[in-house]
Design a protein. Sequence first.
Length: 196
Amino acid sequence: MKDYLVEDRKLSAGWVDRLFEQRKVFAGVSQQGFVNACFALDNGSIEQRGLSEKPFHGVAGEKGFWTLNIGKPERVVYVESAIDAVSYAEMAYKNKERNFSVVSITGSSREKLQAHVLEQTNNGLKIQSAFDLDKAGDNYHQRVLEVNPDATRLKPAMGKDWNDQLKATKIMQQNPEVRKQVDIEINNRRQKSVSR
């Protein structure tokens, strides 16, 4: 199961080992005998991601949040899945960012998300959304803005989510030619967005 997180999802082995030690991530087996990557939610439920050819993704129990704190949080970054949370945290940490919390909403309801955002806002934390670059991500960001109009949105430069960004970054580090092509594509995207 660790191989899936390290080889397929490109999470660093050190991060995965720490999460296992903290029991925030563990291997589980479904009733049908399939192996799942399991993420222990803050409320005691479990986000499960199947590792078979037809992967399953869901929550055992009530939907809730999966939180990863780095240092003493001054800001909260909301993402859609625990894998995106670890991906974002790993990249931010590598870029010398500290003192933040990454929260996976794991499909939580509008009410739960907004209550969580309000609580963190009232605690004086800066709010950022880093949801997927798709319609669902746009909708989640809008829900955050409804209760905190000062919230900002972080967007991955490559791919639709933070795990795509992490995987692309690691591929580019291994292959300089790919890096050149990606840099050109990112610059073209930026120029198009500025001209709009």
